[in-house]
Design a protein around this ligand. Structure first.
Ligand code: IMP
Length: 202
């Protein structure tokens, strides 16, 4: 990415290149974003807590303490109504520690096999640390869980999630289409609005 020197630069506390790409699509040219690998940082950040907020904060604090740089993190969970909000904060490891996206989807579809209620939502929390101060932003995407995976794009639960107002799963959409509906984009919009105010740019 070409960055202009007056642009605000933030380290994005993630090793997930899909998330970096989605954030760049969501945020555009207003802020320069560097993932951990691009920043030369080589560590995995744990997600030990029982809320998205606490995990997001843990990630951004870890990077801030290590680098002293302005940074943000995000934590996302899929909340399924029939499963009382599960897998939620355990979305990444729903089928067990280190489980693949395919295994998580497989478990989800089996857990929901008897359910006609397919309602679910993605929830994203962004934690920003700017000049040592902490801020939180939220984004929600309501939708439903399909009975079979569809599509090859995206990551995680994208093949089984259809956002309200669409008839395709996220995995059947281009990045730009996913961005119209995405929880991550909505949280990113909040982040950008905040930075536009605090940094006086538009
Ligand atoms: P985390 O935010 O990296 O902890 O992600 C939690 C889990 O949700 C992981 O299994 C991700 O693959 C999944 N996930 C996060 N964001 C998305 C998304 O936008 N689409 C589909 N799955 C996602």
């Amino acid at each position: 990415m070409i960055m202009n020197s007056s642009m605000l630069q933030l380290v994005f506390a993630t090793n997930n290149q899909h998330k970096v790409d989605e954030m760049r699509t969501a945020i555009g040219n207003f802020i320069g974003i560097m993932g951990l690998k691009e920043s030369g940082l080589n560590f995995e950040i744990p997600e030990p807590h029982n809320t998205l907020e606490k995990n997001a904060l843990e990630k951004s604090r870890t990077v801030y303490v290590a680098t002293g740089k302005n940074c943000f993190s995000e934590d996302t969970g899929l909340a399924v109504h029939f499963l009382n909000g599960e897998p939620g904060v355990r979305s990444a490891r729903y089928a067990g520690p280190g489980s693949s996206a395919a295994a998580n989807i497989d478990r989800l579809l089996r857990q929901m096999a008897d359910s006609r209620n397919r309602d679910a939502e993605f929830r994203t929390v962004i934690s920003l640390i700017l000049e040592g101060n902490e801020f939180i932003f939220h984004g929600i995407c309501p939708g439903s869980i399909t009975r079979q995976p569809r599509g090859n794009a995206g990551f995680g639960y994208d093949p089984v999630f259809v956002p309200n107002g669409a008839d395709k799963t996220f995995a059947e959409m281009s990045p730009e289409e996913k961005n119209i509906f995405s929880h991550r984009r909505k949280a990113a919009d909040e982040l950008v609005r905040f930075l536009q105010i605090t940094h006086g740019k538009n």
